[in-house]
Write a protein that binds this ligand. Sequence first.
Ligand SMILES: NC(=O)c1ccc[n+]([C@@H]2O[C@H](COP(=O)([O-])OP(=O)(O)OC[C@H]3O[C@@H](n4cnc5c(N)ncnc54)[C@H](O)[C@@H]3O)[C@@H](O)[C@H]2O)c1
Length: 369
Amino acid sequence: MREQVERRPDGREVRYFWSDGGGAAGTGAGGVRPASAVLVTGGAGYVAGPVVQRLAAAGLAVVVLDNLSTSSGRTLPAGVTLVRAEVGDAVALREVFSRWRIEAVFHFAADSRVGESMQQPLAYFRHNVREPLVLLEQVVAAGCPPFVFSSSAAVYGVPEAVPVAEEAHLRPVNPYGETKAHFERILHWTGLAHGLPWVALRYFNAAGADGPWEPKVPETHLIPNVLAAAAGGAPLRVFGSDYPTPDGTAVRDYVHVADLAEGHLAALRHLRAGGAGGPFNLGTGVGYSVAQVVAAVEAAVGRPVPREMAPRRAGDPPALVADPGRAQRVLGWRPRRSDLATIVRDAWTALQAAGAAAAAAARAGDTGR
Ligand SMILES: NC(=O)c1ccc[n+]([C@@H]2O[C@H](COP(=O)([O-])OP(=O)(O)OC[C@H]3O[C@@H](n4cnc5c(N)ncnc54)[C@H](O)[C@@H]3O)[C@@H](O)[C@H]2O)c1
């Protein structure tokens, strides 16, 4: 494991540990009891970002383990340690668990493109199930700190009825959703056998922005694509206009990433208080159609959204809306920023800020890592 300290243009220092995938594990701090920290896999990503911000702001030591496959690490707050490694890198994980006493784990790292999972199911099972088993073995060996897993509404597939509650049958219609359902079952049995306290948070459509935001290539989420079309990018492709919904376009439950972050902290509090684990929906219970999202963007941006109609995509349910009752009752979680106007406004502000930052970096000749 190699260590590097990078000084950012704003004067902040970020410590990186680069795993070379081999060699002996670290030996801890020479017999001294290691400092405690929260481990966040995939912590440089979109949904994890606001969680990491909150943990760091609360004064907790945060160790992010991320391979930077879909993120740069540049948005991590000061003081957070980044271990650049795969989530299945046993050497890096042993090093982490010997350097720090890990008091909780948030496991975000995953491949999460539904279409890609249809083309490469084996890669999805390897990255989202097999590799995280290595993490889970370390967690069990470390005495089972509370474990919060990023699951997905994709576990439901095409639900028989909406709003959909946690008790509904899990019938994923793509390998991505199948990997999430698999990992939930692995957590279930690990909890029974080893006493692991765990929660699986089934996010519906993560949206909005809270803090620094990085554009994705390719972008697969609706709202950034609608905003990009409004800003002069490629016309929006609307997949399906003949669904049995009020305006014929697909209906989804959009939940602000700031609300998701609060849900993670609530889940950790719940587990620390000895509460029963299991799956929890994180959604609002309110669905918006693609046409409603487009209208909200046009209102926020003040420009028309050029669009073209395309056929339905296989496996896309007409409507996917959460019954969030269990998270409300058990975790005391309530979304506060997930109305569509706030989501769109925050996403638009973040998109503009990211564009301005990229332009400034280009002017300064900073081509990045
Ligand atoms: N965004 C959504 O709408 C949504 C909905 C439901 C569930 N989820 C789940 O939430 C989690 C986070 O999603 P996101 O949208 O923030 O994605 P993201 O791509 O922005 O973040 C994922 C992070 O994990 C890292 N990563 C990926 N594979 C890794 C690996 N093998 N080892 C180490 N690091 C790895 C990436 O570099 C990235 O920083 C994922 O598990 C995803 O399946 C997301």
